[in-house]
Design a protein. Structure first.
Ligand code: UT7
Length: 328
C-alpha cells in the first residue's frame, strides 16, 4: 500500500506466576528483616517464588500461550520469538528456542536478550525493528525470570526485593496511515546503556569467569539515584520523538523495582500517580518480566483498553534503560 507506514501492533498479552506466594512475614523468619521495613522502603508485600519444575522457560511458555489465546493467533503463525531474561534455563542455547519448541512453532527466529530489568524494553524495540524491516510478521516478545535462583538468601538487602514470573505480548506488523493519530502500534522507543556502573548491580559469577552461576549483588541506594534521573530522561526523549505531551498518556507501565522510584519518576514528569500501573506490592521486582506482567494485569482487569496511549519504561543492571510509547 502506498502512503502507509509499517507499525508493530500489540495484539494480545499473557502472564504467568509461580504457584508459591511468599509474604514479607515469611521472609522475616529467614532473614533479619520486618514487614514494616520492606513495605516502607519498597512498597513490596509479597512475591512469587518458583518451585521445583518451574523454570524461566516453563513460565515463559505459559505466558506466551495466554498471549496467543488473547491475540487469537496460532503458535504456528509466529515467526519471531524474543525472550528477555537474565536467568535462562541453560547458558546456551537461548531459552527462546525452548519456548519455541514447547509452543510447537518451529522455524522463524528465536533468541534471548540480556538487558536485565530493562530486557523487555530491549526485546520490544528489537522486535519492532525486525517487524518493520520485514524480517518477520508476527512476534512473541516475552520477559521471564527466576531471580529467586540467583539471590543470596542470607543477604537481607537484596533477597527481599525480587520475585519470579513471566509476561508476554504478541506483536503483528500492520500498515497504517501516518497521519492517523489514533493508529495502533508502537509509535516511538529509545534505549540506553552505560557500562560504567557494572559494580552497582551485577551477578558475581558466570561461565567465562567463575564457572558458577553466581549471586546477585546490588548497591541499592546508588541504583535508586541513577534510576530516577535516567528514567525521567528517556521518558522525555520518547515523548519528544513521538510529538506527544505527558498529558496525552493514558497509562504508564513501569518496571516495578520500588514504589518510591515509581512515585519519584511520576513526580519528576508531573504524571498523575493514578495513571501509573503498580504491581510491585504483590509481584516485587521480577526484572525483565515486570513490565509485561503489569501490562497484562491491567488489560485483564479492564484498566487498559483498546485505543489507550501507553508508555512502557524500565531501568536495570548494566546500567541499561529504555522507554517505548504505543497505542494499544
Ligand atoms: O530493578 C533494577 C533496579 N533496582 C532498583 O531500582 C533498586 C533500587 N534501590 C532501592 O530500591 C532501594 O535503595 C532499596 C530498597 C534497595 C534500599 O532502600 P534504601 O532506603 O536505599 O535503604 P539503604 O540501602 O540505604 O539501607 C538503609 C538501612 C541500612 O541500615 P543502616 O546502615 O542504616 O543501619 C540497611 O542495612 O536499612 C537496612 N536494611 C534493612 N533493614 C531491614 C537493608 N535491607 C534491609 C531489610 N530489612 N531487608
Amino acid at each position: 500500500m502506498s502512503g502507509t507506514v509499517r507499525r508493530s501492533a500489540i495484539r494480545g498479552s499473557g502472564s504467568a506466576l509461580p504457584e508459591h506466594k511468599v509474604t514479607n512475614a515469611e521472609l522475616a523468619t529467614r532473614v533479619d528483616t520486618t514487614d514494616e521495613w520492606i513495605v516502607e522502603r519498597t512498597g513490596i508485600r509479597a512475591r512469587y517464588i518458583a518451585g521445583e519444575g518451574e523454570t524461566t522457560s516453563s513460565l515463559a511458555t505459559l505466558a506466551a500461550r495466554r498471549a496467543l489465546d488473547a491475540a487469537g493467533i496460532a503458535a504456528a503463525d509466529i515467526d519471531l520469538i524474543i525472550l528477555a531474561t537474565a536467568t535462562p534455563d541453560q547458558t546456551f542455547p537461548a531459552s527462546a528456542t525452548i519456548v519455541q519448541h514447547n509452543l510447537g512453532c518451529n522455524g522463524g527466529i528465536a533468541f534471548d536478550i540480556a538487558a536485565v530489568c530493562s530486557g523487555f524494553l530491549y526485546a520490544l524495540t528489537t522486535a519492532d525493528a525486525l517487524l518493520r524491516g520485514g524480517n518477520a510478521r508476527r512476534a512473541l516478545v516475552i520477559g521471564a525470570e527466576t531471580f529467586s535462583r540467583i539471590l543470596d538468601w542470607e543477604d537481607r538487602t537484596t533477597c527481599v526485593l525480587f520475585g519470579d514470573g513471566a509476561g508476554a505480548m504478541v506483536l503483528e506488523a500492520i500498515d497504517v496511515d501516518p497521519s492517523d493519530v489514533n493508529a495502533p502500534g508502537i509509535i516511538a522507543s529509545r534505549l540506553h546503556a552505560d557500562g560504567a556502573h557494572n559494580d552497582l548491580l551485577y551477578v558475581d559469577g558466570g561461565p567465562s569467569t567463575t564457572q558458577t552461576v553466581g549471586k546477585l549483588r546490588m548497591k541499592g541506594r546508588e541504583v535508586f539515584r541513577h534510576a530516577v534521573v535516567n528514567l525521567a530522561g528517556v521518558l522525555e526523549e520518547v515523548l519528544t520523538e513521538a510529538g506527544v505531551t505527558v498529558e496525552a498518556i493514558d497509562w504508564v507501565v513501569p518496571h516495578q523495582a520500588n514504589m518510591r522510584i515509581l512515585d519519584a519518576t511520576a513526580r519528576k514528569l508531573s504524571l498523575p500517580p493514578e495513571k501509573v500501573i503498580v504491581t510491585v506490592d504483590h509481584h516485587a521486582n521480577t526484572s525483565a518480566a515486570s513490565v509485561p506482567l503489569a501490562y497484562d494485569e491491567a488489560v485483564r482487569d479492564g484498566r487498559i483498553k483498546s485505543g489507550d496511549l501507553v508508555m512502557f519504561e524500565a531501568m536495570g543492571g548494566g546500567f541499561t534503560w529504555g522507554a517505548a510509547l504505543a497505542r494499544v
